[in-house]
Design a protein around this ligand. Structure first.
Ligand code: MN
Ligand code: MN
Length: 325
């Protein structure tokens, strides 16, 4: 029985899960962020993509596949919809033509969520969407970052001085003081680079980089222990680029790199983040046109649910702590 009066997903016991309008996790659409503790948001925008586009189609397909998610995490037994008010807050407004305008619109949307006290969990979009999200939620205090990706995304510029691409968001976020680089870990980094500068800059900034070779040497549990050590007690954001996974698990992405971690390893790592002071997260770079099977969107939806099941206890704990003050 559902004891909570919080928003609940449409029950598969009364409306089959293949029916009705697809929302994130079958939750109600809630446009008023004041009604939410956690806002599930789509960002249908891939204007920062440098090679194969398509992540703009991610949110809709992830919504569709997220109808396969049920209510309770099978391993941790976390039931996020009993801990928090979670809803589908719709899509952030975007502009498919003008990059700077898109960044401003996205930031404005997340600013409203943040002011209302709703923690965002987003489906991209390409990885540049993480920058306006951080601008909205990390201005007052730089955050820690657990970043799953094949790429460091700390390049400086592209194609003659373009500073804003999906290969540069973390460099910009660190320059803007939104991320504390000494509390940032990148997991899964591999693949050829345009130049060594990307890696050298990241290491000089103090980011802990777990290349895929080290990941396979240590294994997911030891890597998660290292992530917990690096990010410590403060607020932390979780950014999951699906290309961190091996392309056999997530072929529907713009910049695949072979030799990545598996979906099961990713799940073990996300579960290992339980207890951290997580303030939000995203799953980015799902590009459905490259995976007509839909599996990459299912992977994206499942990773969102995994992150939700570590985010909801953190939000719940923060709310109780504030209530006691
Ligand atoms: Mn990325
Ligand atoms: Mn990537």
């Amino acid at each position: 029985m559902i004891s909570s009066d919080f928003p609940q997903p449409l029950s598969g016991m009364s409306t089959p899960r293949f029916g009705e309008v697809a929302t994130f996790m079958r939750l109600p659409i809630e446009r008023d962020p004041a009604q939410l503790d956690i806002a599930l948001v789509g960002v249908p925008w891939d204007g920062g993509t440098t090679n194969r586009p398509g992540a703009r189609h991610g949110p809709r397909e992830i919504r569709s596949m997220s109808t396969l998610m049920r209510r309770v995490h099978h391993d941790s037994l976390v039931a996020p919809y009993e801990l928090c008010r979670v809803g589908d807050a719709g899509d952030a407004p975007v502009n498919p033509i003008d990059l700077q305008d898109a960044l401003e619109r996205i930031e404005g949307f997340y600013h409203t969520l943040h002011e209302a006290g709703a923690a965002p969990l987003s489906a991209g979009g390409d990885h540049l969407v993480t920058l306006p999200i951080l601008r909205a939620i990390a201005r007052q205090q730089p955050v820690g970052m657990v970043h799953f990706d094949a790429h460091s995304d700390t390049g400086d510029s592209y194609f003659g001085g373009q500073k804003y691409t999906h290969g540069t968001p973390f460099r910009r976020a660190i320059e803007e003081g939104l991320i504390d680089p000494t509390r940032m870990i990148q997991i899964g980094i591999r693949g050829s680079m345009y130049s060594a500068d990307e890696k050298e800059w990241a290491m000089a900034a103090g980011i802990r980089i777990v290349h895929i070779e080290e990941f396979f040497h240590l294994g997911p549990e030891a890597v998660v222990a290292e992530a917990r050590r690096v990010v410590g007690e403060g607020p932390v954001y979780v950014s999951f680029d699906v290309d961190g996974l091996d392309p056999v698990y997530a072929p529907g992405t713009g910049t695949p790199e072979i030799g990545g971690f598996s979906t099961a390893e990713a799940q073990r790592m996300i579960r290992g983040l339980e207890g951290l002071d997580i303030i939000g997260g995203d799953v980015v770079e799902v590009a459905p046109p490259f995976d007509p099977s839909g599996n990459t969107a299912l992977v994206g939806a499942t990773m969102m649910f995994e992150i939700l099941c570590v985010l909801a206890p953190a939000v719940h704990k923060r709310r109780n702590r504030m209530r006691r003050l």
